[in-house]
Design a protein around this ligand. Structure first.
Ligand code: SIN
Ligand code: FE2
Length: 202
């Protein structure tokens, strides 16, 4: 039923680790504030906010499009270092010998979404993408390598980890909706998603 290589590790992070992750994210945000990316060409703003940590960060804007770069687009400063806990999570679940180079931090206010897409801006497409959910519940979908392929839907809850490996690495996926008021983890509500990626083939 589910596409090969897809894993949903339900409740992987306990409440204490979730709180620790939130503190680590807050530390990153203090140096690399959330910003609102734009769609390539149209310049249409994303409904979610983003920042990154690690040597490389994924960004998108009207003129430059989707890409990885070593600095924050608004501050011009290098992305903060990736916290050790994130590197350890990758080592525990990714099954890939090299460490992740990018951690994209997505912030979803209640009611926001992320359209269906394939993560394909990485030179290294054999390494999985590891995703962590913190805060409010999200309705997630994952399909196949074609946009029209049938999709499975599931709720991602705070502490869940998803691994997009194998064939699922090239699968369309996205967030239909974040449901406000479903978690107490974030004082102001909403959802944080971390995606750890290997970018280069080094
Ligand atoms: C993403 O596909 O980049 C994020 C998925 C999520 O928010 O769970
Ligand atoms: Fe994605």
């Amino acid at each position: 039923m589910m596409i090969d290589g897809f894993r949903h590790l339900d409740g992987y992070l306990d409440a204490e680790r979730q709180r620790a992750y939130v503190q680590l994210v807050r530390g990153v945000l203090a140096k690399a504030p959330l910003y609102r990316p734009q769609m390539p060409r149209s310049g249409k703003p994303f409904s979610i906010l983003m920042t990154n940590c690690g040597g490389l960060g994924w960004v998108s804007d009207k003129d430059g499009g989707y890409r990885y770069q070593p600095h924050h687009p608004a501050t011009g400063r290098p992305w903060p270092a990736m916290p050790r806990a994130f590197l350890e999570l990758w080592a525990d679940v990714a099954g890939w010998p090299a460490p992740p180079e990018a951690c994209l931090i997505n912030f979803y206010a209640a009611g926001t979404r992320l359209g269906s897409h394939v993560d394909c801006d990485e030179a290294e497409m054999r390494a999985p993408v590891v995703s962590v959910s913190l805060g409010d519940d999200a309705i997630f979908h994952v399909g196949g390598s074609k946009r029209a392929d049938r999709k499975s839907r599931m709720t991602l809850r705070s502490g869940d980890v998803v691994v997009l490996g194998g064939a699922s690495r090239r699968a369309y996926h996205g967030i239909d909706r974040v449901i406000g008021g479903t978690s107490n983890l974030l004082a102001d509500g909403g959802r944080i998603n971390l995606t750890l990626r290997r970018v280069t083939t080094a």
